[in-house]
Design a protein around this ligand. Sequence first.
Ligand code: AN7
Length: 380
Amino acid sequence: MPFRERYTGLINRYRDRLPVHDDTRIISLGEGNTPLIRLNNIPGIIGKDVDIYVKYEGLNPTGSFKDRGMTMAVTKAVEEGSRAIICASTGNTSAAAAAYAARAGITAFVLIPEGKIAMGKLAQAMMHGSVVIQIKGNFDDGMRLVKEVAEEAPVTIVNSINPYRLQGQKTAAFEIVEELGRAPDYHCLPVGNAGNITAHWIGYCEYSSASGDHVTEACAFCHGQCRYAGGAIVGNRPKMVGYQAAGSAPFMRGAMVDNPDTVATAIRIGHPQSWDMAWKVKDESGGWFDECSDAEILATQKLLAENEGVFCEPASATSLAGALNDINTGKIPEGSSIVCTLTGHGLKDPDTAIKQSTAPMLTVEATLDSVKTAILDNMS
Ligand code: AN7
């Protein structure tokens, strides 16, 4: 007898709230159930009395939140008889698609922008045996091509325009409410295609409602996948705050951006696929969008790594970078509880991390004396 029930992934955990049947073959790698880490040191550093938690989605099986959506999308693709999946990706979706396709025994085709995805993500797509198609264009070009080719070839799209993706991703909100006993006051996320911010809002709305029909307009986009909602809201819901990289911020410009650019390559997206839904999420929740510079993003990635021991990729640090800006100005008031989603692991992009690292790296002779000197010279 095991001491406690084995965790077998988020579909099994939340199957009464997800579009699966009793006999559905679940394609899972044990995703979900990620740590919600309270920041112990950063509030003191910025001198503000706030409760900040980071939801460390980088600890999913392929190192990003995409696994939550991919377990659901691939499970349904297989159930519906599909033999191949396809996606455009800035890297994390392709890593997840490749892994879950390998698990299911089907083919994954991934379109990535040549030269613009982080090394760890490329390694994953290649290692899991997906067919990697580099395009001489950006994510938005890839997304357009994926939609076109899926009209003509027997492949299932597993980008977040696949409604099952958001169904899987909404479970992150369930976990947060269960762990805190309530929703936070603010939930901050990096925004690229805006699928994840929409999925979280669906999750919070479902969790906070008593029963019945859809309670959020955004939820109407679940295409009838969602079993919850309706009627009275019984729990609290957070204000949803979406942060973009300044060079890639269509929600700030109020229009699509044709040549997005940012060091946070995961969110180098100028034509968000969940554009309408994300505006609804902002309005319904009373939240907002804002932007961060690349310098702020990298500084926050480092702040978090050095002061809390949590390593996330640049795009993920955007949620905390934006939150810290808004805490500093008082837009997020003291006394608030805040959850920032750290969407992907820092190991995804070792090149950017090493390039901006300022930690001393010493090379010394292999002798006791020189090692001892190096230690004594660097004691703080
Ligand atoms: C680390 O992999 O779009 O706003 O193709 O990898 O739901 O798009 C990645 C997106 C944030 C943005 N943080 O989420 C892809 C892709 C990380 C990401 C986002 C992504 P959405």
